[in-house]
Design a protein around this ligand. Structure first.
Ligand code: S3P
Length: 175
């Protein structure tokens, strides 16, 4: 079963890791947020503005269900995806789930420098961002920790991550 889900907080490096694994494992990479944007013809902030967070989560769930039927794919998910509906259960059932878990300082460092527009942290400066990340991550950890692998991408080399993922992949049964 070659379906890999990258999960973790905003700024944990899911998109970058998706691209890197894709190159090295020769499996296509799809970013759930980009998939949502191209099928809705709207950006994530526009969807939040028009439908609210609840509306976005519904769409996110539907699009994740669609992607869970794709074969040979690395799916980089949005930071909140594992925490709504039964998304974590769905991902664990249909692929190998990898929780990218860098330190809070690293998350804040990356988010302050990121150019991506993220409605949940829009306008937050360093002072507000650190407590926000701490609290939100704490709420989300019980979901993230259901992942099959828990990795600090700054500590573990890509080669080792690939080895761990491959070990978790179920061998394809021969007919
Ligand atoms: C969100 C994370 C974003 C995006 C949306 C909501 C979240 O994705 O899905 O802004 O709830 O953490 P990234 O994790 O790629 O920033």
């Amino acid at each position: 079963m070659d379906r890999i889900y990258l999960i973790g907080f905003m700024g944990s490096g899911k998109s970058r890791m998706g691209r890197e694994l894709s190159k090295k494992m020769n499996i296509q990479n799809i970013d759930l947020d980009k998939f949502i944007e191209s099928s809705m013809f709207m950006t994530v902030p526009e969807i939040f503005e028009k439908y609210g967070e609840d509306g976005f989560r519904k769409i996110e769930h539907e699009k994740l269900k669609e992607l869970s039927e794709f074969e040979n794919v690395i799916i980089s998910t949005g930071g909140g995806a594992p925490c709504f509906y039964d998304n974590m259960k769905l991902m664990n059932k249909t692929g190998v789930t990898v929780f990218l878990n860098p330190t809070i300082d690293m998350l804040v460092y990356r988010l302050l420098r990121s150019k991506n527009k993220r409605p949940l942290i829009d306008g937050l400066g360093k002072e507000e961002l650190t407590p926000f990340v701490k609290e939100k991550l704490n709420d989300r950890l019980p979901y993230y920790e259901k992942a099959m692998l828990n990795i600090d991408p700054n500590e573990v080399k890509t080669k080792k991550i690939i080895k761990k993922i491959t070990k978790k992949m179920k061998p394809v049964k021969k007919a």
